[in-house]
Design a protein around this ligand. Sequence first.
Ligand SMILES: NC(=O)c1ccc[n+]([C@@H]2O[C@H](COP(=O)([O-])OP(=O)(O)OC[C@H]3O[C@@H](n4cnc5c(N)ncnc54)[C@H](O)[C@@H]3O)[C@@H](O)[C@H]2O)c1
Ligand SMILES: [Zn+2]
Length: 365
Amino acid sequence: MQTVRVELGKRSYDILIGFDMLEDIGPALAEHGLLSDNMAVLTSPTIGAHYYQQVRDSLERAGAAVVDRHDIPDGEDNKSLDEFCRAVRRLAQFAPNPAVRPTVLALGGGVVGDLGGFAAASFRRGVPYVQVPTTLLSAVDSSVGGKTAVNLPEGKNLCGAFYQPSLVYMDLATLDTLPGREVRSGVAEVIKYGAILDADLFQYLEESIEALIELDAEALTQVVPTCVELKAEVVGEDERENAGVRICLNFGHTIGHAIEKAAAGALSHGEAVAVGMVAAARLSVQLNLCDSDVEDRLSDMIERAGLPVTAPGLRLETVLDYLRHDKKFITGANRFILLEDIGAWTCREGVDMDAVRDITRSVLL
Ligand SMILES: NC(=O)c1ccc[n+]([C@@H]2O[C@H](COP(=O)([O-])OP(=O)(O)OC[C@H]3O[C@@H](n4cnc5c(N)ncnc54)[C@H](O)[C@@H]3O)[C@@H](O)[C@H]2O)c1
Ligand SMILES: [Zn+2]
């Protein structure tokens, strides 16, 4: 098992990463002072069917008096205020004794993690929570960093809080049951970390991307802790995304988000971000920030990962409209995260809209 520490003063926490660890989660929580008499497991029907029993058995063996399970239905649509209300009310019914502070366990992907984290942040103005990510995306991205939220009809992640978990417990064996498309979606974020922050990781991916897609244990052991360390470092420097560094994680997400919205469900987040990364790399070349070799390496990697490098069939104007309404893009004055090299990001504001249009058109062909 590997341990990565997120250094945030009093809010610091450990991320434990390994294989076949679910059966030991009870003792691990006890060791970290997180085993409450009331353990509230938030999960989903699909994820719970695979992994809840192991978690429950281990918690009970370690001495938890009562373990509760509450399911958030699968799917992004359920990262909603309605489901948030159901979850916090369930917590209120499950843990009515003010003398017993429950610990919330978010067992699932980013949907369960984001909603579960927000429920833990809000219930009794904050109870401890543990992230137990079961998707590659949640392992390398959403379970670390303390951004919790639900979506509103008015927009994604509009209602939430920064609230750090007390522990992240990553059993990479749980990825075995994850559908291939979800694996590749997570791989897009892995490629992003290499592209912006770590040339060695990128080079490793150039050697081993196929093994990673197949969830080879050696590849996961190399890649996941590295990504988690990179994210932990960024979060440690810029917890609330106001010192600047955390915006680098937005690489590929500017045009990527607009493409994701325009595709209206036809593309997964990772697929849209993959196309967005190609666009950002191409823009970097056009602005003379790096040479075309950088773009070529990135798009080769994306293709080998089974992710798209273009999003044909979407209307250019629709994508640009979404981009023009993107809050981060507007408040950042046409801000883009770009590449100076593999592993070296930079930020540019005031990027010419004609150049953005040309590049966006080129990835829609
Ligand atoms: N908080 C952050 O910093 C942050 C960062 C990135 C993304 N996010 C959020 O994360 C969410 C996406 O997360 P995701 O990609 O993990 O999707 P997800 O949580 O929707 O999970 C994807 C699907 O896989 C299923 N699943 C999960 N684990 C499984 C397993 N081990 N075996 C079989 N099926 C499994 C789920 O039931 C679901 O149907 C979005 O809402 C996004 O906004 C948050
Ligand atoms: Zn993303």
